[in-house]
Design a protein around this ligand. Structure first.
Ligand SMILES: [Zn+2]
Length: 322
C-alpha cells in the first residue's frame, strides 16, 4: 500500500478487517442535526495567527521526548496556558511500561464546561519523536496541533456554553521508541481512553477529534479509514462549507494514531492528519527529520483546520447522547 498507511505499522489482519469494515463507508453529505443558534461557535473568531504564535512559543521550549525533563517542562507549560484561559488543568502523571523500562508519562487535560449533556474530546499529542538529534524541533509533529488546540480552547472559553462539555486533551507518549505495540507508543491516549471507560464517562463521549501534523503550508489532510464514518462525514461536510473540500481526502488505509485507543473502547473518533509533509506534493520527507521546523508551517493552514473543527463542533448534537 501507499505511504499513507505506513506511518504506523498495522498488522495485516487489522488491515483486512478495516478494509471490510470501512470499505462501504462513503462521504456523502448527511444533514447533521441543527444545533440551537445560541450554541454555535463562530469559526471566524478562530485566529491562525494566534495558533501559530502558540506553536512558536511551545516549540521554543525545546525537545519534549517522553520521560525526559523536556516533556515534564512542556506539560507544565501547557497547564499554565490552560490556567491562563481560566480553565482548571489536570496533569495526570502515570507510569507505563516502555522500551526504556517503566517510564513516567503526563497527560494534560482541561474541560470547558457546557450545559448540554455529553462530552467531546479534542486531542493532540505534544511529545516529540526521540532519537532524531538536538536539531529536531517537531514543529508540525507535534507543535502544530498542540498550538491549535490552545487556540481552540480560547475560542471555546469565550464561546456559548449551551453545548456539551469539551475536554482539551494533550497526550504524552504518542511516539513510539522502537515500534508500535501495547508497551510502545500511544501511551497517553490509551491512558485517557481507559480512564474515561473506568469512570463511566465513555458512554457520554459524542466525539473524539484528534489533530496531528496540521500546520503544513501545503495543507493536504487525509482522514484514515479507521475512523467513525459519521464523524468523517461531518469533517468533509465542514471542509466543504469552508470551501476547502479539495484539501481533505479519504486515506487509502488505516493509520495508527491517538484516535485508535478510543475506537477500541467504543467511542466515536476521527483523526485529522496531514500525512503529506514533504518537499513536493505526495511526499512526506519532512516527517521525523530536522526539516520539521517552524518555517514549514503557516497560520493559514492552522486556521483552515481550526475552522473546520469549529464547524464540526457546531454540528454535534447539543441534546442527548449520540
Ligand atoms: Zn511523529
Amino acid at each position: 500500500m501507499g505511504w499513507v498507511i505506513m506511518k504506523r505499522r498495522v498488522p495485516c489482519i487489522f488491515l483486512s478487517f478495516l478494509a471490510v469494515l470501512w470499505q462501504a463507508s462513503c462521504d456523502a453529505p448527511r444533514s447533521a442535526p441543527a444545533p440551537a443558534p445560541r450554541a454555535e461557535l463562530d469559526p471566524g473568531r478562530l485566529s491562525g495567527t494566534n495558533a501559530l504564535e502558540e506553536v512558536r512559543r511551545f516549540v521554543a521550549l525545546g525537545l519534549r521526548d517522553s520521560g525526559t525533563p523536556g516533556a515534564e517542562r512542556a506539560a507544565e507549560y501547557l497547564a499554565g496556558r490552560l490556567r491562563a484561559l481560566g480553565l482548571e488543568p489536570v496533569v495526570d502523571a502515570f507510569k507505563d511500561r516502555s522500551p526504556k523500562g517503566e517510564t513516567t508519562f503526563r497527560n494534560v487535560t482541561a474541560t470547558v464546561p457546557g450545559t448540554a449533556p455529553g462530552l467531546i474530546v479534542l486531542g493532540s499529542h505534544y511529545d516529540t519523536k526521540a532519537g532524531l538529534g538536538p536539531a529536531f524541533e517537531g514543529a508540525n509533529d507535534s507543535g502544530s496541533s498542540t498550538g491549535l488546540l490552545l487556540e481552540l480552547g480560547r475560542l471555546l472559553v469565550n464561546g456559548p456554553r449551551e453545548r456539551p462539555a469539551v475536554m482539551l486533551a494533550f497526550f504524552d507518549g504518542e511516539e513510539c521508541m522502537v515500534d508500535y505495540g501495547p508497551f510502545d507508543g500511544l501511551h497517553g491516549s490509551r491512558r485517557l481512553a481507559a480512564e474515561l471507560k473506568r469512570t463511566g464517562q465513555a458512554a457520554a463521549v459524542q466525539a473524539v477529534i484528534i489533530l496531528d501534523m496540521i500546520g503544513d503550508r501545503d495543507l493536504s489532510v487525509t482522514l484514515p479509514r479507521n475512523a467513525t464514518p459519521d464523524l468523517r462525514t461531518r469533517v468533509f461536510h465542514a471542509a466543504r462549507e469552508e470551501g476547502i473540500r479539495e484539501k481533505f481526502a479519504l486515506g487509502s488505509g488505516p493509520i495508527l494514531d491517538d484516535h485508535v485507543p478510543f475506537l477500541e473502547r467504543g467511542m466515536p473518533a476521527v483523526d485529522i492528519i496531514d500525512f503529506q509533509f514533504g518537499s513536493a506534493p505526495g511526499r512526506n520527507d519532512y516527517w521525523h527529520t530536522t526539516a520539521d521546523s517552524m518555517d514549514k508551517l503557516s497560520a493559514e493552514s492552522l486556521e483552515r483546520v481550526g475552522r473546520v473543527v469549529v464547524r464540526v463542533l457546531n454540528t454535534l448534537p447539543a441534546h442527548g447522547s449520540p
